[in-house]
Design a protein around this ligand. Structure first.
Ligand code: SAM
Length: 309
C-alpha cells in the first residue's frame, strides 16, 4: 500500500504541475509524467514496487484525471470487474496455462486497466493485443504496459474496421455501449441494424468473434439489458449460429450508479467442430462483495460448473 501511495503522490504532483504550467488537462499531465519516466527524464520508481503496485498507482491517478475531464468515453474498468474477468479466464484456461501461454485481445482497450489487471494476474502467461480509437487513452495504456513490462501490441484505430491482428485464444472487452456512427462500415456486419443505426456493442461482439480462434472464448462486460433490447432478436440469432453461451454472470447492483448502467459478464465460446456445446450454462449472480459467506458459495458454484464441463 505504501508503494502505491508514494507512487500515486509523485505521479499526481507531476501531473498537476504540467496541468498548471502548460494549461493542459490532468490526464495529459499524467501521460507526460509516465512518458518522461519511461524516457529516464524523471525517476518515480519505488524500491520493491510490484507490477500491481505500479498499475494501481497509475489507475488511481487516471481516475482522478477522468473525474476532472468530462469526456464521455473516458471510462476505466474498475479492479473488481477486472479481477472477476481474470478469475474466469484463469478457470477456463487452467489446463492450458499450466504449460502454455495464451493470446488475448481487448478491442476497446481504453487505458488498458482491464487488460493489465488480467495480465498481471496471469503474469508471464499472456501475449496481448489492444485496440483503441482515443489517442490519449491508448498512450496511457502503452505507457502503463511498458512500465509494468507486459507484452501488448497496441493499435490506434476504429476497432470495427479491419484489424491487422491474428485470431486469439480469448477476447476480453468492456463493451462500449451505444450507437455506432459509421453506417457504411456497419453494413459489413451480420448484426447491422435492419432499421436505423446499429448498436456498437453488438458490432463489437461480432468483430470479437471474427478475431477469435475456433473454440476460443470471449469474455464481455456487457449491459445487463443486452438480451432485452429491440435489436436483441438479431443478436440471439447471431449467437446461436456462431457461438455457445457458456455463462451469464450478473454483477451486484451496488457496483453501479443506476439500473441502466448495470453490467453482466457474458462468456461465449466460438463454435468449432472440435468441441461440443456446453452441458450446462452457468447462470449466477455475484453477491455483494462484503458478504463473505455468499461469495464463498458463488465460487463453489463456479467450481462445480467448471468440473462438470
Ligand atoms: N477496459 C477499458 C479500461 O480499462 O480502460 C475501458 C473500456 S471503455 C468501457 C470502452 C472504450 O471503447 C473507450 O475507451 C472508447 O474510447 C473505446 N471505443 C469506443 N468505440 C470504439 C471503436 N469504434 N474503436 C475502438 N475503440 C472504441
Amino acid at each position: 500500500m505504501e508503494n502505491i501511495e508514494k507512487l500515486f503522490g509523485m505521479l499526481n504532483e507531476h501531473a498537476e504541475k504540467i496541468e498548471k504550467e502548460h494549461d493542459t488537462t490532468l490526464l495529459e499531465g499524467l501521460l507526460d509524467g509516465l512518458e518522461a519516466w519511461l524516457d529516464g527524464e524523471v525517476d518515480f520508481s519505488q524500491k520493491d514496487a510490484t507490477k500491481e503496485d505500479i498499475r494501481k498507482a497509475i489507475q488511481i491517478a487516471i481516475l482522478k484525471g477522468m473525474r476532472k475531464s468530462s469526456q464521455p468515453n473516458h471510462q476505466m474498468t474498475p479492479d473488481t470487474l477486472g479481477l472477476l474477468v481474470g478469475y474466469f479466464v484463469e478457470q477456463i484456461f487452467a489446463e492450458r496455462l499450466e504449460h502454455d501461454k495464451i493470446s488475448i485481445m481487448d478491442p476497446a482497450v481504453g487505458t488498458g486497466n482491464l487488460l493489465l489487471t488480467v495480465m498481471n494476474l496471469l503474469d508471464g502467461k499472456v501475449e496481448a493485443t489492444g485496440v483503441e480509437v482515443d489517442e490519449l487513452l491508448i498512450r496511457l495504456a502503452a505507457a502503463t504496459a511498458d512500465l509494468t513490462e507486459q507484452p501488448i501490441s497496441l493499435y490506434r484505430q476504429d476497432a470495427l474496421q479491419d484489424l491487422l491482428a491474428n485470431p486469439v485464444d480469448a477476447v476480453i472487452c468492456d463493451l462500449p455501449v451505444g450507437y455506432y456512427p459509421n453506417e457504411e462500415i456497419a453494413l459489413d456486419y451480420e448484426l447491422c441494424a435492419q432499421e436505423g443505426m446499429s448498436y456498437a456493442h453488438h458490432l463489437f461482439i461480432e468483430q470479437s468473434m471474427n478475431y477469435t480462434k475456433e473454440g476460443g472464448y470471449l469474455f464481455f462486460l456487457a449491459p445487463s439489458h443486452l438480451f432485452d433490447s429491440e435489436q436483441s432478436k438479431q443478436l440471439h440469432k447471431y449467437i446461436q449460429k456462431h457461438a455457445w453461451i457458456q455463462a451469464i454472470i450478473q454483477l451486484p447492483d451496488s457496483m453501479f450508479a443506476n439500473k441502466s448502467l448495470e453490467k453482466s459478464i457474458v462468456i461465449l465460446q466460438k463454435q468449432s467442430l472440435e468441441y461440443k456445446s456446453p452441458k450446462e450454462v452457468l447462470l449466477a449472480k455475484v453477491p455483494n462483495m462484503q458478504n463473505k459467506q455468499a461469495l464463498a458459495l458463488f465460487f463453489e458454484k463456479v467450481k462445480m460448473w467448471k468440473e462438470g464441463k
